[in-house]
Design a protein. Structure first.
Length: 158
């Protein structure tokens, strides 16, 4: 691997990992305070599970971004990268709505948009590189679970 390629890979990994870190830092106090006091469904995972799962998912996002940045036609690649950043933007704001603003109702509406953007990202990535698309399946599954969890927490605490 050439230095330029390695540098691009690192940048592609750092982007989603940084957004996740900023989001986690911004919401950490709400997790130990507000979130701890909520009624949660029986299937709510333990808090220690979230950080490693999200780290792995952000890492996979970065790998996919790298693959896409190195593949496809300019127009399709540009569209796929735009879709990637839209879903990353929505990903960031879900945590802010849910934890910082303490609004699981707003977060529930927002996570639907996030889920749709992930589906569209996978669809767009698939046109360029199937591996990049398939690497996002765990992300889609986790956000699907998070949406059910979000809805359940909202319902139990309304």
């Amino acid at each position: 691997m050439k230095f330029k390629d390695f540098t691009e890979l690192i940048i592609c990994l750092v982007i989603p990992l940084s957004i996740g870190s900023i989001s986690g830092f911004a919401t950490s106090s709400a997790i130990t305070n507000w979130y701890a006091g909520l009624i949660k469904p029986s299937f709510n995972p333990p808090n220690y599970l979230f950080a490693p799962v999200w780290t792995a998912l952000y890492f996979l996002m970065g790998v996919s971004l790298y693959i896409i940045s190195r593949s496809g036609s300019d127009e399709l690649r540009s569209k796929a990268i735009l879709v990637f950043f839209i879903q990353l933007f929505l990903n960031f704001w879900w945590s802010i709505f849910f934890f910082s603003f303490e609004r699981p109702d707003v977060a529930l509406a927002e996570i639907v948009l996030l889920w749709l953007s992930i589906v569209y990202m996978i669809y767009t990535f698939r046109k360029i590189n199937s591996v990049a698309a398939y690497l996002q399946i765990p992300y889609l599954l986790w956000v699907s679970f998070a949406a059910v969890l979000n809805q359940s927490i909202w319902w139990l605490n309304r």
